[in-house]
Every structure is written in C-alpha cells, then in structure tokens.
Write a protein of this length. Structure first.
Length: 288
C-alpha cells in the first residue's frame, strides 16, 4: 500500500538529455548561413529609408528619422518598367510552357521516324552558351523589324526557354501510365483532349515550376533588354535599375527603394506559387 501512495511524477519523470555539441555546432553554422543569405536584403531595406548623409554617418545601422518618401521618388522612376517586366515575363512564361508542353507531348507519346534525332538535336542546344547566341539573335530581330518592341523581348525568351522545358516535360510525360491515355481514347477523347485533360492536369506542378523559372529568368535578364530596346517606354525594370546608380549616385535612399520595389513582384509571385514550385521540384523530373 505504501508503494501505491508514492508520487507518480517520481516514477514517470524523464531525464532530459543534453544537446550534443555536434548538433549545436550544426545549428550555429546553419543560422550563420541563413543570416548571410538574408543580410543583403535586410541591408537594402534599412538603407532605403536613409538620406545620403545618414548613409555616410552609419551605413549599417538604422538612422532616425526614417524617410519613407524615398519610395515615392523611386516609384515614379520604376513604375512603368515594372509593368513592362510583368507583361514581358508573364507572356514569355506562358508562351514557353504552352509550346514546350505540346512539343514534349509529341516527343513522349508519339513514335515517328527521326524522333530521337530531332529530340537530341533540340537538347544539344543546351550546350551553346547564351552569349554566343546574342549577336545572331540581335541580327535576326533587327531584320524582322522588331527592335524597340515588346516582341523583341517576348519571342526570344519563348524560343530560348523551349529547350530546357521540352527536356523536362518530355521525361515527365513519358513516365505517365499508358493506361490513362488508353482509357481516355476508349471514352472517345481525341489526341488533343488526351493531352489537355490527362497529361496537363497530371503535370500541373511541373508546368508551374517551369513557368516560375522562366518568369524569373526573363525578369532578371539584363543584357538582352539592354541591347534590343532603347525606348524608355519599353525598358524593363532591371535595365531601369541599372540607370538609377548613375542618376541617383548621391541619393542612396531612392536607389535602394527602387531595388526593393523591383524585387517585390517576384517575391509575391513566388509566395503564391511556392506550393506548386516545391511540388514540381520534388516530383522527380528535376533533381535538385
């Protein structure tokens, strides 16, 4: 009976094991690496609220009073280029996934003479650096009379994004069970409907991943918009931000505010598409 009256906490108490030193070191290294990754963006946010004199006095810490009017100055400069970049990036991403998915579906589900040769001929273009394509691409766009137009940006981006997208989607479409397409054909679906209602829904996450990657590449491209467009009304945000450094060389706040405004659309798009992006990266077609 005496044993029954003992405090149950004494018998069920657990001894907390000390955290291994190796685990603490790993955590410290990871925290330090995360800090190194995030600090440039934190520094950019802090500096965007400073004047030039505040920046010279203390370029790292927060200086009061803050100057949110820097964002109004920067918005007047980058508003039109941001809209241009959004239009060009979304159009090029949409065009890339549409044409690449159709081409990849043909390569994956159809058998015809020369299929493997054509596929490897397309994939071999991945071996050519983009800088080697710059002059031929410029001459082609110039001969077509597309310089200083949105088409000079959209069409090359669509053509340039096809190669990798076809390679990835072809492997993904080829891995889909043939029984699904046979069942759709028995139900009376045409080849295009099998593609539209069977292949596309099953590869939605992969298509979304490729669209986000193409959008990010188009948004961050600098060389091609610089050489193919000179009209300020068509200038993209990355090119416009490069001119801020010379235009606002002594106005650090508006310059960094422009950098932040130019980064926000990509962050917002990725935040909404993060679930599909991660699903596509981990689906097996792309090895991280």
């Amino acid at each position: 009976m005496a044993q029954a009256t003992l405090n149950p906490n004494l018998t069920t108490a657990r001894v907390r094991k000390p955290v291994p030193v190796r685990q603490i070191i790993i955590w410290a290294i990871l925290i330090f690496l995360v800090f190194l990754s995030l600090y440039p963006f934190i520094f950019m946010i802090i500096t965007s609220f400073k004047t030039y004199s505040q920046y010279l006095h203390d370029f790292v810490g927060i200086q009061y009073p803050l100057h949110p009017e820097n964002y109004a100055v920067a918005w007047d400069i980058v508003r039109r280029p941001i809209l241009n970049s959004l239009f060009v990036s979304i159009a090029s991403a949409a065009g890339t996934v549409v044409f690449a998915s159709l081409s990849a579906y043909v390569f994956a589900r159809y058998r015809f003479p020369g299929r493997e040769f054509l596929f490897f001929a397309v994939i071999s273009l991945l071996m050519i650096p983009n800088v080697f394509q710059l002059i031929p691409r410029f001459m082609l766009v110039r001969e077509l009379g597309l310089l200083n137009t949105y088409w000079a940006l959209i069409l090359p981006y669509i053509a340039g994004g096809q190669i990798f997208a076809i390679f990835v989607l072809r492997s993904f479409f080829a891995s889909l069970p043939q029984e699904l397409f046979d069942a759709a054909k028995i139900d009376g679906a045409s080849d295009f409907k099998s593609f539209l209602y069977v292949a596309v829904p099953l590869s939605r996450s992969m298509i979304a991943t490729l669209a986000i990657l193409r959008l990010q590449q188009s948004w961050n491209d600098f060389i091609w918009p610089l050489v193919s467009t000179t009209d300020i009304n068509i200038r993209t945000v990355i090119v416009q931000l490069s001119f801020l450094q010379g235009q606002f060389g002594t106005q650090i706040g508006p310059m960094f505010a422009g950098y932040i405004l130019g980064s926000l659309p990509l962050l917002i798009i990725f935040a909404f598409g993060m679930k599909q992006f991660i699903a596509g990266m981990t689906s097996g077609a792309i090895k991280v």
